[in-house]
Design a protein around this ligand. Sequence first.
Ligand code: GLA
Length: 739
Amino acid sequence: MRRENTVCLETPASRLVLAKRGGVWTFAHLGAKGGDPAELAALAAARPYACNHLAAGTAETYPAFGSSRGQNGFSLGDARGALQARHADGDVSVDWETRSCDFSPARGGAPAEVAIVYADRAHPSFTATQHFAAHADCDVFETWVELRHEEEGPVALSRMDSFCLETAGLGDRFHLLSLSGQWASEANVAEDELLRGREVVLGARSGVHDSWENAPFFMLSVGPAPAREESGTVLAGALCWSGVWEMRFRHEWSHELRVSAGAANLSGPYVLEPGRTLALPKFVFSWSERGKGAASRALHAWARRHLMPHGGAPRPVVLNSWEGVKFDLSEKRLVAMMDGARALGAECFVVDDGWFGRGAFARNDAGHGLGDWTHDPEKFPGGLAPLAKEAEKRGLRLGLWFEPEMADVESELLQSHPDWAMQEPGRPRRLQRGGGQVVLDLPNPAVRDAVFRAIDAAVRAVPGLSYVKLDSNAEIANFGSPWLGPERQGNLWFDFTAGLCEILARLRAAHPDVAFQSCASGGGRADFGSLAFADEFWASDNTGAQQRVLVQWGWSQFLPACAMAAHVTASPNRHTRRASSLKYRFDVAFSGRLGIELRPEELSEGEIAYARRRVAEYKRLRPVMQGGDLYRLASPYEGDHAALLFVAPDRRRAVVTVCGLSRKASDGRLAPLKLPGLDPNARYRMREIDLALPGEAQDTHTVFSGKTFSGAALAAAGIPFDLGPGDDSFVLELAAVRS
Ligand code: GLA
């Protein structure tokens, strides 16, 4: 809704009110629906603040360094604003005035949108077009900014955030939840109070593994304690970017809150040439007054409906070759794995690393052949087409592994184009994985084109190829782009990621039916920037089932289950060396996109029979896990087990997974599983599925398996259950019965 000086964007449960003051647009209100937008704006403007520009109601939607409205020329609490630019004439200030503000109401599936054009008063060709969009079918707002100018020479951008919310009156206590980690230990949940007068900075600097150090997401609880799963007030946000990024959270002494997020430059400002438009990454946010669970569900729904390719389609059960055979590939060996895949009921067989390179550059280890995307004729004398035929015969789709951003020095690619890799002039190259891996100079359009063409040709060479795993196993460690030249080296970080996005967009357009996986040495690329192109992400190279309980819990805060590849691997696990039962491994993987990553030949007959049953159950129930709403019932951070509930969109079916983590017999009684999200008036029959392998005890974990209760009773009283000591687990199916 647009009035002269107010814009109101609404999602089903929340609203964002912008108000025009002093020539610019300001954040007037972010909250639950209710009240007249103009009145909300008037109340926000009148708030009595002692010491900064919010007193004047000028929490600009895109504050810049040097604005005449900020206190002493600075925007609140951060001297740099969301944007800091040095103009062609050396002026370092930006002072916006509004050139236009256009509102378009929601139409069809398209969200309502407002586009504000700001121009600098002293350099009117320097503009920022800021968009806000609100979805009518999920509680998510999107915002993005485009920068452009026609000055005499380049403008240097030392800060170029996508989003900067300065707000007063939200509250006086805040808690910040973020995800932090490293290789093989991704997505650890950390939550702390954002103390008064302090600033917290989150970010990732690798250029590639953007979701390891921290992942580009947050949940900020408003109030004296962190929000709970189904209660409390939360602002959740995510930067849709797969490169270097930074988010800042500042709690002013006078209780204003400042949240900013954007792509970061690590080696000097971004140089924007006249006449070029710089599209900054999208930022999405959700406001929930019904706890963190509602914020997660909103982001999951948004990702499935408005971001991911094939977001609503069922994901196939995959068998991936990596943990089973590593680089030791041959047609015979892979066909034997395919036989196993078929016996287990898998639907897609993925040939991971090791299928490419030839002669001296054959990919027999991690140091050779990367970048040469043609099959190894020694391993596959007839090419990959015969393998595709074998897959087809077994009713399996086929997938292949690629690493588009990198190459080995020992490759035909880099031997013939040594200047296509990142390198600082006059310095030796730092070599990474396998002793020879380097990152390609993706800012260079010729390199991007060559990478696209090579992968496109490889995909076309395999008839029926329908899955592509995209990996990235090095970081930007040579801080020079030969193509960018001496003046624009600061553009390396942004242009690298933008270059990658261009390759991915071209691949998607050329192969719209292929499913893509985003992987970066495990969960290094678990973000909404990647999921704009990919159907799924690899959650972690650590496939130890116990560790996966924690990793998946972390990702589930923001990323939907249908996108989270979760594979059953061999026991003891090769990372954690911990053993776990096949049942436990399946129960853990049930809450993502189920896959298998082991040599089926090594399973016993009993294990094969059990795994086949589990795969069949998963296929039957996957619409619930992959397309349903997630309710997190019990946190593995607060107790000794994780419990998740998935409810199908029509609420006729639901699935509960409960996975213990090293419980001790003395740990005592467990709180019943209270199930929100069911239809209170429907009656549900409960059934514990796939109890145990043949020959093992068939104990149920709840005496109510097989019984029927109303949704209202299950929400209010919950299901009493028991978990054995160690790593015990179970899965419960609930199906509405006709009354
Ligand atoms: C990375 C991935 C693994 C596997 C290997 C192959 O580590 O995360 O899943 O694909 O590369 O080299």
